[in-house]
Write a protein that binds this ligand. Structure first.
Ligand SMILES: C[S@@+](CC[C@H](N)C(=O)[O-])C[C@H]1O[C@@H](n2cnc3c(N)ncnc32)[C@H](O)[C@@H]1O
Length: 282
């Protein structure tokens, strides 16, 4: 029997501590995501796909490529590969219950338009859960005055979100009646695929936005969802972001954050309403 061959010898490139530090620095500067020590394995496994796509053999070459890519295209692809995009329909359902109980009844009583922002929308399950809720709870006349803006830094996720096609495993969190009402089966063979109906898709506008950059839109928004995004940011970045959300919310508006997140310890004017829900007093 010949000598055994390690994975490095068969061509898995090594990621040195200095290279990891350089890549983490670029990711932090671009989008605020802090890649802590211990994430080397994760970064390496996610970026190897980029090395293959660019036909590069080493992380040294990849970093040189990033430095010379003045278009910024590869930086976007790198963030796409590194960021965690986990999401699901009606994730952390308390927020949708809160919307139904505390926000939508006011809307039914008022004739004013309402804008909702999903900041960090991933592949679209969050804004479409909202659209389903609005379509289900509000009369058409009222629903038509509501717009949902859904933004993310990841172009890959936004492409999926705009297609609005989900497989049967992904739609398992949608109650069967709502699935029947608001989706169309577009692939009958297993695994089945379902597309969100046009009426709901029309309620949502998707756009690419890095939350750390300038925001092109002016408010006000009645509700901002920024859930499971800030978890990767450090405290100063979170604080700055939350205060910028404050500026774009209308008085009486709400900020929804993920249940593993909290504004405790941040210097903000928000008041606590219930876990993961914060209000801007009218
Ligand atoms: C874990 S997903 C959360 C999706 C959804 N909000 C939810 O809770 O199910 C986090 C999303 O934030 C996006 N993201 C991370 N950093 C961002 C930034 N600086 N600007 C905009 N989006 C960002 C990622 O691309 C990813 O799609």
């Amino acid at each position: 029997m010949g000598p055994s061959i390690s994975s490095t010898e068969v061509g898995t490139p090594d990621l040195s501590a200095a290279q990891f530090a350089e890549i983490s620095g670029m990711v932090y500067n671009l989008c605020g995501i802090r890649l802590e020590a211990g994430k080397e394995g994760l970064v390496k496994s996610r970026l190897i796909k980029r090395l293959h796509a660019l036909e590069l053999d080493t992380f040294h070459d990849y970093i040189a490529y990033l430095r010379h890519d003045t278009s910024g295209t590869e930086l976007v692809s790198m963030i796409d590969s590194i960021s965690t995009n986990k999401t699901s329909f009606f994730r952390e359902n308390q927020h949708f219950e809160f919307m139904a109980a505390r926000v939508l009844p006011h809307q039914t009583a008022s004739s004013a338009p309402m804008r909702i922002w999903c900041a960090g929308c991933s592949s679209g399950e969050e804004p479409f859960s909202l659209a389903i809720l609005l379509a289900d709870k509000l009369p058409d006349m009222v629903r038509r005055k509501i717009r949902i803006l859904a933004t993310d830094i990841s172009t890959r996720m936004l492409t999926e979100a705009r297609e609005a096609v989900y497989d049967q495993d992904t739609v398992r969190d949608v109650p069967p009646l709502l699935l029947q009402k608001h989706f169309r089966c577009v692939e009958l063979k297993a695994p089945r695929k379902y597309q969100v109906n046009e009426r709901l898709r029309e309620m949502v506008s998707f756009a690419r936005l890095n939350l750390l950059d300038e925001w092109p839109m002016s408010g006000p928004f009645s509700v901002i969802f920024c859930r499971n995004v800030m978890i990767y940011f450090d405290r100063p970045t979170r604080e700055r972001l939350v205060n910028r959300f404050w500026d774009l919310l209308s008085p009486g508006g709400y900020l929804m954050v993920g249940h593993a997140e909290s504004l405790t310890g941040l210097n903000t004017r928000f008041s606590y309403v219930q876990p993961a829900v914060y209000g801007k007093q009218a």
